[in-house]
Write a protein that binds this ligand. Sequence first.
Ligand SMILES: [Zn+2]
Length: 252
Amino acid sequence: MTIHGDLRQNGHPRQLAIQYGRKQIEFQLSYSARKTLSIVVHPDLSVVVTAPKDAADDAVEEKMHKRAAWIVQQQRFFENYLPTIPPRTYVSGESHRYLGRQCRLRVHEGSEDVVKLARGQINVYLSDLSKKQRIKTLVVSWLHQRAVVVFQELFDNTVAKAERHGITAMNFEIRRMKNRWGSCTKEGHILLNPDLIIAPKQCIEYVIVHELCHLQEHNHGPRFYRLLQTLLPDWEQQRERLNGCVVEGSSP
Ligand SMILES: [Zn+2]
C-alpha cells in the first residue's frame, strides 16, 4: 500500500493507494467505531473507505485487494454509464427510463406534435407519421423540459432544508457531463446531468444534497458525511439505487 506521507491522525482521512494490475486505485481512508470495513465509490469516481478504529494497515490492504475488481467495476459504471445505456431507436414500443420507471414509447397520429406521459407510457403524437426523426427530437426535448421542472422542484425543497444548516446556494445549471451525475464549481454553482431524469426522484435529491454539502465541505471528510446524514438520513440507500440505475442500463 502506498502511503502518501501521513500517519494515522485524529479524524483526518488519509490518502492511500493500492496497485491493481496496471491500475492504481487511490482511496481516502478514515476510521470509525464500526466493526467492518466499508468501501464507497462515488459518482465522481473517488473511493472512500471507512475502517474500524483498530484496523491494521495490512488488513485494510488485504480487504482492498479483495474488493479491487468490484471497485474498478463501480468506477466503470460511473465512467461509462452514458455509452452503456443501449442506444435508443425511438420506435413505438421501445422502453425508456423516466424517474426510475420503465416507460413504453407509443407513437400516435395527432393534430399537433406533442409528448404526453400517461399511465406510465410516453405518448408521442405526430401530425405526420412519416417524419420518424421528429420522434427523437420530441422525446429528447420533452425529457429535457421534464428535467428542468423536476430538478427545480427538488432543488428548491432541498435548498430550504440546507439553508437551516448554513448552506447558501444560488441555483443550478443543467449540463451534460461525461462521467458525473452532479458537480459543483468553486464559485458555488451546482451542475446537474440532464440524464439524471432516468433516476428516481429520491436519487436525484441525493445528488443535489451531495453537491450542496460540498458548498460547505469540499472533501469527503467526516464533517461532510455528518452534514449529508443530517440533510438526507437515507442517503446510502439512495446512492445504492442510483448505482442500480447505472447497472440496469449497462446490460448489453
Ligand atoms: Zn462528492
